[in-house]
Design a protein around this ligand. Structure first.
Ligand SMILES: N[C@@H](CCC(=O)N[C@@H](CS)C(=O)NCC(=O)O)C(=O)O
Length: 203
């Protein structure tokens, strides 16, 4: 394999960024991490490589790519094509896409938003995102009862895409105690070699 020259642009608090770093660590790929400021993210240079001026964004040699789920797919296809992180049979591929949509929808506007409201003191009512989180976590709890992982009998990108904001839901005032199957699933992800936690400080 060519020498890997990966850079991740991120924000330590972000679960979207964590899912990318988590996967890079699990794959054992070396990379440089660049913490961005709000000023960095609004610069024309940054918005040229991340068109919505968001993190995460990666640079891989000549390639730049934004959107956490797109980055996961790129990394799996480019650096672990022999792995089974992506499901290729018609139903498996559809299920994986379904979890990506949930990660960008209910997860983002449920537990992730409730967490942002709490941690970043956003002037928004946390109850609607908490209600969405309860609906989502109830569904995931039922789904994981009797299943080890979200989309297959083994970990896939679905698990990587969901882990960060599910595990940090308590920071949005959402307890995981009512969801024992979800809690066991989180521990399964944490046992994958290379796992790194989402760690940030607000100083
Ligand atoms: N669809 C994007 C969403 C990423 C996203 O919302 N990033 C947030 C941080 S968690 C961000 O960059 N916010 C800063 C901004 O929008 O200015 C992805 O999956 O990467």
């Amino acid at each position: 394999m060519d020498k890997v020259l990966l850079t991740v642009y991120g924000m330590a608090i972000s679960g979207h960024v964590h899912r990318v770093r988590l996967f890079l660590e699990i794959l054992g790929l070396p990379y440089t991490y660049v913490e961005t400021t709000a000023e960095d993210r609004s610069s024309p240079e940054y918005c040229a490589i991340s068109p919505l001026c968001q993190v995460p964004c990666i640079r891989d040699g000549e390639i730049t790519l934004s959107d956490s789920n797109a980055i996961l797919v790129y990394l799996a296809e480019r650096y672990a094509p022999e792995g089974n992180w992506i499901l290729r049979d018609p139903l498996g591929a559809a299920h994986l896409q379904r979890w990506f949509s949930i990660a960008a929808g209910e997860l983002r506007y449920g537990p992730a938003l409730a967490r942002a409201i709490n941690l970043l003191q956003r002037p928004l009512d946390p109850e609607p995102p908490r209600a969405l989180a309860a609906k989502l976590f109830g569904m995931i709890e039922r789904h994981l009862s009797g299943r080890p992982y979200l989309a297959a009998e083994h970990p896939t990108l679905a698990d990587i895409a969901l882990y960060s904001y599910v595990s940090h839901a308590p920071e949005g005032g959402i307890s995981l105690t009512p969801y024992p199957a979800v809690t066991v699933w989180l521990k399964r992800i944490e046992a994958i070699p290379g796992f790194i936690p989402l760690q940030w400080t607000n100083n």
